[in-house]
Design a binder for this molecule. Structure first.
Ligand code: FAD
Length: 323
């Protein structure tokens, strides 16, 4: 059944995040031959419309207002609701990012619709759209279909491949004027705590440190390795609790969920709450002094040793291969 599906794009530092392109690919599947409409919200986002189209959106609607310069749940939900009222889509796809996790339930409540969150795969099979999502902290997957009403899902970054970029693809970029009012939150300043560089939740390579790194300085060799592999640095809660790094780096049940191509766990024991955030990574390498550490149970490759010896060695070897 062909349907119209909206995709909410996410803009960071003036660029569309990769998860937005993955969301377009998911929307293409959900549209089943129908139209995919990108939605861009901000104070000056229309220049990004063509890139959205190059990645598969058929057309793009922008809602621009200086009150939308920074994300607020009220502002964004007003803007998206206005587009929904105008377009009357049968589907809505959003990235399962901090923004998506915040705004999607609010929209679902306003729309009195269901929401399938944290989708890792989507396929059209047997006349149904089948959504796959992890349950029980990633220990099992469930498959869901929507039998009635809006198809509304958030998709986990790094799981659904974006479509091939086609710079020849063209489409309409139009703007919708929306009166943004009654904002209960005003963002005065954004103070960035995480280090600059590759975004942790979208990184293809994650080098994570645990209590085994022993200090803030102990993250130094991990940062070096991340730099060589163009990856991001993450952490266990143990490392965050010990004040070795910021909580924005925490991976796990109560932190970020990551699914990189390569996850290197350094000095992390592998508590169940940590595994909940990384066990679906494609290749897991564990470095730990303790051969009995639980992390080795989920690792594809295990190195029993001192991380302060092993990590610099890996960095040197990768440098020879990559630089
Ligand atoms: P530890 O368990 O202390 O492990 C340190 C490891 O480093 C050990 O295995 C040790 O052998 C190794 N090591 C030490 N020195 C070296 C060295 N020089 N070289 C190599 N290896 C070395 N945790 C999370 O990570 N994320 C979460 O989201 C999360 N949420 C939680 C939610 C709840 C409700 C609760 C109760 C707990 C949660 N936790 C979470 C905490 C979790 O249970 C563990 O306490 C935590 O993950 C342990 O962190 P760690 O592995 O760094 O530390």
């Amino acid at each position: 059944m062909a349907r119209k599906v909206l995709v909410l794009g996410e803009v960071r530092d003036g660029s569309l995040r990769n998860v937005s392109f993955e969301a377009v690919a998911a929307a293409k599947t959900a549209a089943e031959g129908g139209e995919v409409v990108g939605v861009l919200i901000g104070d000056s986002v229309s220049a990004l419309g063509s890139e959205f189209i190059h990645y598969g959106a058929d057309r793009v609607i922008t809602v621009e207002d200086e009150k939308l310069k920074q994300y607020t749940p009220d502002g964004y939900s007003q803007a998206v609701m206005a587009v929904i009222n105008e377009e009357k889509p049968e589907g809505l796809i959003i990235g399962h990012t901090s923004l998506g996790k915040d705004v999607a339930p609010k929209l679902a409540a306003k729309l009195e619709s269901g929401l399938i969150s944290d989708v890792t795969a989507l396929e059209a099979a047997g006349g149904n759209l089948v959504f796959t999502r992890p349950i029980y902290s990633g220990k099992a997957f469930e498959k869901k279909i929507v039998t009635d009403g809006l198809i509304f899902a958030t998709i986990r970054p790094n799981n659904i491949s974006p479509l091939q970029k086609d710079e020849a693809k063209t489409g309409d970029v139009s703007s919708l004027s929306v009166e943004i009012k009654d904002l209960r939150t005003i963002i005065k300043e954004v103070v960035r705590k995480a280090s600059e560089g590759v975004d942790l939740s979208e990184a293809k390579v994650v080098i994570a440190g645990g209590r085994g790194v022993k200090s803030e300085e102990g993250f130094g060799p991990l940062k070096e390795l991340a730099k060589v592999l163009n990856g991001a640095v993450g952490a266990s809660r143990g490392a965050c609790d010990a004040d070795y790094c910021d909580y924005s780096l925490q991976i796990g049940q109560t932190g970020k969920v990551v699914t990189p191509d390569l996850y290197i766990a350094c000095g992390i024991s592998g508590a169940i709450q940590h595994l909940a955030g990384m066990s679906n990574s494609k290749v897991i390498v564990a470095i730990n002094k303790d051969p009995e550490a639980n992390i080795f149970k989920v690792a594809d490759y295990g190195i029993v040793g001192d991380l302060f010896e092993v990590v610099p060695m890996l960095t040197e070897e990768f440098k020879k291969l990559l630089i």
